[in-house]
Design a protein around this ligand. Structure first.
Ligand SMILES: CC(C)(COP(=O)(O)OP(=O)(O)OC[C@H]1O[C@@H](n2cnc3c(N)ncnc32)[C@H](O)[C@@H]1OP(=O)(O)O)[C@@H](O)C(=O)NCCC(=O)NCCS
Length: 150
């Protein structure tokens, strides 16, 4: 268990190399470098990194469109998982959504992703729908999970 010596801050283009490494380790459908660079210029998007003593250990992002926020990605380097970083990133993204006057936040998750499902449940996300065959690598459905923001 790490102590809480990580900080959360906005992602910059200089972070993308490390983000790409974590992306490749964590996802079977990783986003490209160009996607992330584009997201950093997207005025609807907010991307954060978890910086542990100068090393990028995780990251996450949201889009906020009017009253609805959408988590686009959240990932923690396997070397740093189960130390509270995923929860901290989610909570900071939720606060960013509140600051933009969003009243709800939603995300998609694979039914097979036990770690993420457990984390989202602990953070009070509830299943609110299904997208059939959403994931193009294996045709897995996506569970839509929602949380109301107060
Ligand atoms: C999902 C993910 C971001 C969680 O990050 P994390 O930093 O490990 O999360 P936390 O340490 O804050 O854990 C929060 C809770 O999730 C649960 N959890 C985390 N990892 C778990 C695992 N491997 N198995 C079961 N439960 C797990 C625990 O209940 C934990 O609570 P606890 O610390 O009180 O036990 C991380 O596993 C990850 O990057 N996975 C790969 C990418 C991914 O699937 N992203 C989500 C896409 S929808």
């Amino acid at each position: 268990m790490l102590n809480q010596s990580f900080i959360l801050r906005r992602m910059t283009p200089q972070d993308i190399d490390k983000v790409m490494q974590i992306e490749q380790k964590c996802f079977t459908l990783p986003w490209s470098r160009e996607s992330y660079l584009g997201e950093l210029k997207n005025s609807f998007a907010i991307y954060l990194v978890c910086d542990f003593e100068g090393e990028i250990a995780g990251y996450g992002g949201i889009w906020v469109v009017f009253e609805e926020a959408h988590i686009t990605n959240v990932a923690v380097d396997p070397d740093f998982q189960q130390s509270g970083m995923g929860t901290a990133l989610m909570q900071e993204l939720e606060q960013a959504a509140r600051n933009k006057k969003a009243n709800r936040i939603l995300l998609e998750v694979r039914p097979s992703n036990e770690a993420a499902l457990t984390m989202y449940g602990k953070l009070d996300y509830f299943p609110s729908g299904l997208r059939r065959g959403y994931y193009s690598d294996n045709g897995e459905d996506a569970i839509i999970m929602t949380k109301l923001l107060f």
